[in-house]
Design a protein. Structure first.
Length: 163
């Protein structure tokens, strides 16, 4: 059996941090014309979007970060990553999508090497160090969508919120 050497990653920026997901966890990336708020919903749900007749809740992932943030829907470029989860579709709003790129698995580093303070470590799978356009070394957090979505669904069920 040949081990996988590269994985496709979608890189994005949110709250000034560079993050990523494995592309296989993302169904699509959209730029909707409108996000409709849901009254009395969780703070983490900014609203819903309609993609080809399917209503999808949109997550503001501010809770990933240790500080209090709230996305500014007026300033963000409103890219939404739709997770490839057919049971309970969910989207996550990000400031911008930077690129999709193959990354060598040898470039994935464990968290133990880093003193990460501005992001909840349980949402991070690996750290990717790479050169950016200015040839500066950048730290990119490869996030775990399963942990992130499980936390959101748990909160939705706990609060008996229907989306």
């Amino acid at each position: 059996m040949i081990a996988k050497k590269n994985i496709d990653i979608v890189f994005f920026e949110i709250y000034g941090a560079y993050c990523a997901f494995e592309l296989s966890t993302i169904k699509e990336i959209v730029r909707p014309s409108a996000i409709f708020p849901i009254p009395n919903s969780l703070e983490t749900i900014v609203g819903i979007i309609n993609i080809r007749g399917q209503v999808i809740p949109v997550l503001d992932p501010y809770f990933i970060f240790a500080q209090e943030y709230k996305i500014d829907l007026q300033k963000t470029k409103k890219h939404i990553l739709i997770f490839d989860n057919l049971e309970n579709p969910m989207g996550m709003i990000v400031d911008s999508v930077e690129k999709v790129q193959a990354v060598n698995v040898n470039d994935l580093e464990d968290l133990e090497k880093y003193n990460i303070q501005n992001i909840e470590q349980r949402y991070i799978t690996y750290v990717i160090r790479q050169l950016n356009k200015q040839l500066d070394l950048e730290t990119v957090f490869l996030l775990n969508p399963e942990t992130l979505l499980n936390d959101i669904y748990s909160e939705i069920n706990k609060n008996e919120i229907y989306i």
